[in-house]
Design a protein around this ligand. Structure first.
Ligand SMILES: NC(=O)c1ccc[n+]([C@@H]2O[C@H](COP(=O)([O-])OP(=O)(O)OC[C@H]3O[C@@H](n4cnc5c(N)ncnc54)[C@H](O)[C@@H]3O)[C@@H](O)[C@H]2O)c1
Length: 408
């Protein structure tokens, strides 16, 4: 069986490689020529453990070829971006273009599987417009960036079919590598499930962020309060932070806001999380710095992904009044220049931590001593509660946490 995977990004490349390793003939397609060349030459950058080995194995097996244009196949799997536009509505242009691109190669018995996240109703609409007798399924991806390969195999999968046969056909493909359960449903429910998952997280992060702001106001340490509240057997409050980034949680809830007049809590949660960068900047202002070193611009710990990262907005706002130097050893390119650790902290009078990379967790006494010599003032503001506070305080740093009630 031949499978054409359209879009070789975070999701498409591992999926295409996994299918090739499992014996399918796979044609990986990406419109970005340099992406295709990087994959061919195995020079693409990733922090995903073992992804390079997987891709190398797939290419060397002869089962995976990569190119810029689709060709005839039995199955087409679509993994192209679905961002939001300036009005916070789902931008389906990449998906529509991908469908147009495969149209000339489609046969009646072909199966199209959409993996891109979309608002409910999108696949039915797409099927109507396509006006061809094909099979169509929606199988959303739910991997955690940073742990992608493990989750690609182990997570349960939801497959929605435009009809039962479509869902069953898609199940046969995923069964080849998925060890988790595979659950079949209709296509609209599958679209909703994916969004509900991300909305659940977004709303709960918004609650944690609201708690952080309340605790700041009422002089309570939110981290201790959350830790203690979570001792309740049915309570599991998430962690606050400088905002929500990434390609999914910060975007997908808007797909429901666009579709339903009832999405009030969902919209408010989005607004709370989107306003966190502003809140962090207000706190930084109170610490009266001139030179600021930012540690961690990725949207979360131990990944190289800066898409929708709250760091972008925070640095943007800070640059209006301060000198800012960013340091992130995981990230290869960012909206603003990246510096080495030493360059970033040199003459800084405030260090701000925005991502919970393990590196910051594991700073040794020696590391802190080096930083101490280079900075101008010994103040650190940790928005993720990641550093070893005692160690920094021992070296004479004043440590502030987001939501600890100390920055007034
Ligand atoms: N990144 C994640 O963790 C994640 C998790 C779950 C779901 N998703 C969803 O999966 C989809 C893909 O996300 P991603 O992170 O892989 O995106 P990505 O930006 O990393 O990759 C998408 C790729 O598609 C290519 N592309 C765009 N249009 C194309 C076309 N017409 N033909 C061929 N290639 C084309 C782009 O060049 C790019 O390389 C999105 O809808 C996203 O919401 C992503």
């Amino acid at each position: 069986m031949k499978i054409c995977v359209i879009g070789l990004g975070y999701i498409g490349l591992p999926t295409a490689s996994m299918l090739a390793i499992k014996g399918f003939k796979v044609v990986g397609v990406d419109i970005n020529k340099s992406r295709v060349e990087e994959i061919k030459n195995l020079t693409f950058k990733t922090v995903e453990k073992d992804l390079d080995t997987l891709v190398k194995g797939a290419i060397n097996s002869g089962n995976l070829i990569v190119k810029t244009e689709p060709e005839k196949a039995d199955v087409f799997i679509i993994c192209v971006p679905t961002p939001i536009d300036e009005n916070k509505r789902c931008d389906l242009s990449y998906l529509n273009k991908a469908i147009e691109d495969i149209k000339p190669f489609l046969n009646e018995d072909n199966l199209i599987i959409i993996e891109s996240t979309v608002p409910p109703g999108t696949c039915e609409e797409l099927y109507r417009k396509l006006n061809k007798k094909v099979f169509l399924a929606y199988c959303p991806e739910r991997v955690l960036p940073g742990n992608l390969l493990k989750e690609l195999v182990e997570n349960d999968r939801i497959i929605g079919g435009i009809n039962k046969e479509s869902a069953e056909m898609a199940k046969k493909i995923y069964e080849s590598f998925v060890k988790g359960g595979i659950y079949l449903t209709d296509i609209r429910t599958a679209e909703m499930v994916k969004l509900m998952e991300n909305i659940y997280r977004d709303v709960n992060i918004a609650l944690a962020n609201e708690f952080a702001k309340i605790c700041d106001e009422l002089s309570i340490n939110v981290w201790e309060a959350i830790n203690l509240a979570n001792k309740h057997p049915r309570v599991n409050i998430l962690k606050p932070g400088p905002g929500v980034g990434g390609h999914c949680i910060s975007i997908d809830p808007w797909f429901i806001v666009e579709k339903s007049k009832h999405a009030k809590l969902i919209k408010t949660a989005r607004e709370i999380n989107d306003n966190m960068p502003l809140y962090v900047v207000e706190k930084i202002k109170k610490l009266k710095p001139r030179n600021i070193a930012i540690f961690g611009v990725a949207y979360k710990g131990n990944v190289d992904d800066v898409r929708e990262s709250p760091a972008i907005k925070i640095v943007d706002l800070l640059l209006k009044n301060y000198n800012v130097k960013c340091y992130d050893s995981y990230v290869k390119s960012f909206t603003y220049p990246l510096y080495s650790l030493e360059e970033a902290v040199k003459d800084a009078d405030l260090i701000v931590i925005l991502a919970d990379h393990d590196e910051y967790k594991n700073f040794s006494e020696e590391d802190i001593k080096i930083i101490k010599k280079l900075v101008r003032r010994h103040i650190i503001f940790d928005t993720k509660n990641v550093i070893n506070k005692d160690l920094w305080e021992k070296e004479g740093f004043k440590v502030y946490l987001l939501g600890d009630g100390h920055i007034k």
